[in-house]
Design a binder for this molecule. Structure first.
Ligand SMILES: C[S@@+](CC[C@H](N)C(=O)[O-])C[C@H]1O[C@@H](n2cnc3c(N)ncnc32)[C@H](O)[C@@H]1O
Length: 241
């Protein structure tokens, strides 16, 4: 399937990914060698799952473990459950990737108890509350293989989820176990390393500073065209799409 066809297919699925974000998930899944599982926390109706599964198919063909209680949130108000699993499954069928996806209809904490073995790609897009992002990180990051990728969606403050952004700024980008951090729209991703070199740490620091500048700028009460211009300029400086 061509990239253009993939964009058309995923545009029809309800979800929250930008086209650039979809492409980066595709590429990261395609690059997996098969040393560990591909794990997605937070599938909603399957938009990101479909990108990951197509990428995996173009690479080593690892299954994608798609974790979501499919109740709209891990802690729904009594009587307010929003069941997304049927649409999720129908979307995977329609996209032709149902054979590669292993749905786990439960929270990430329950899935961490159920699923054994190492992980090569971890995409975190579940609950966006600080404590829940922390739980996802603490339970799953130690299982990433050396060189494996952790990716957070909605990790820039303009994405309106300050808890995810704050968590990534505090615990991910400054970590000694992270290298090669990158930003694509609201996704921040990086590779796990046993010990970051001084050069890795300096690079991560530069990405963090750039991100914090971007986040702060996006919150200034500036006219929209000026903000857009600043955004484009900052992206060009960082070589972002
Ligand atoms: C922002 S949506 C995911 C969007 C999806 N990745 C996409 O591309 O369209 C967040 C999802 O996380 C799920 N979720 C909430 N808490 C969770 C948890 N503790 N573990 C796993 N999934 C969770 C929700 O049910 C919801 O479907």
């Amino acid at each position: 399937m061509t990239m253009e066809q993939l964009h058309r297919q995923t545009a029809a699925v309800e979800g929250f990914l930008t086209p650039n974000e979809g492409e980066v998930l595709y590429t990261l899944a395609q690059q997996c060698s098969g040393r560990g599982a591909i794990v997605e926390i937070g599938s909603w109706m399957g938009k990101s799952t479909i990108w990951l599964a197509h990428g995996s198919r173009a690479g080593a063909g690892q299954p994608v473990y798609a974790i979501d209680p499919h109740t709209g949130t891990a802690n729904p108000e009594p009587g307010a459950t929003f069941w997304t699993f049927d649409t999720f499954q129908a979307n995977l069928q329609q996209a032709g990737v149902a054979d590669l996806v292993r749905p786990m209809v439960m929270t990430s904490a329950a899935a961490a108890r159920e699923l054994d073995g190492p992980v090569e790609l971890l995409f975190i897009d579940g609950s966006h509350a600080y404590e829940d992002v922390l739980t996802d990180f603490v339970l799953w990051f130690p299982r990433l293989v050396e060189g494996g990728v952790i990716a957070f969606h909605d990790a820039l403050r303009w994405a309106k989820w300050p808890d995810v952004a704050r968590f990534v700024d505090r615990h991910v980008l400054p970590s000694r176990y992270i290298r090669d951090a990158q930003i694509v729209d609201s996704i921040v991703y990086a590779r796990r390393t046993v010990a970051a070199t001084p050069a890795d740490l300096a690079r991560n620091r530069a990405v963090l500073l750039w991100k914090q500048g971007y986040d702060a700028g996006s919150q200034l009460p500036l006219p929209r065209p000026l903000k857009k211009w600043g955004e484009r300029w900052l992206k060009r400086v960082a070589g972002m799409p």
